[in-house]
Design a protein around this ligand. Sequence first.
Ligand SMILES: Cc1cc2nc3c(=O)[nH]c(=O)nc-3n(C[C@H](O)[C@H](O)[C@H](O)COP(=O)(O)O)c2cc1C
Length: 141
Amino acid sequence: MLVRLLYVSSAVGPQTTTVTGSILKTAHLFNKESDITGVLCQGQGLYLQVLEGQRSAVNRLYARVVSDQRHKNVELLDYEEITERRFGGWAMAHVHLSILDPMIQLKHPEFDPYSASGKLVMQGLAELIQSGQLLHEITAD
Ligand SMILES: Cc1cc2nc3c(=O)[nH]c(=O)nc-3n(C[C@H](O)[C@H](O)[C@H](O)COP(=O)(O)O)c2cc1C
């Protein structure tokens, strides 16, 4: 059974390319092996991550990620059973989140992922990818 999970968290310390690079390196190796796909969006001291895959694999990875000391206040925003993947092409795509982006400001002037609807945040992430704001394209195959 396939599921898709979305959470938000707050970075502990600055979100440097070293930190992100190390997260993405692990994600690439592990996610490929476990058939997990998704997107990691970061910026403004926040992480938003979508994990898709078999339910037990996603649940196990989420439990590991929650206890990672590089972030805190991990909050589950959305969890659903799915019939197909939305981010199937990426072991972990990487996009930059800018809450001050004029497009986000126009649509959601007080955007706060901790209080926003999970479905809306998920939609926003899909739009960021469609609009070509990929930073790293770590493909699934
Ligand atoms: C924001 C964030 C996202 C992460 N995403 C993943 C991921 O998609 N896949 C993964 O294997 N590890 C990811 N990690 C790293 C895991 O939390 C963990 O460090 C890694 O799986 C190694 O686990 P271990 O130290 O228990 O062996 C992420 C960490 C953070 C802080």
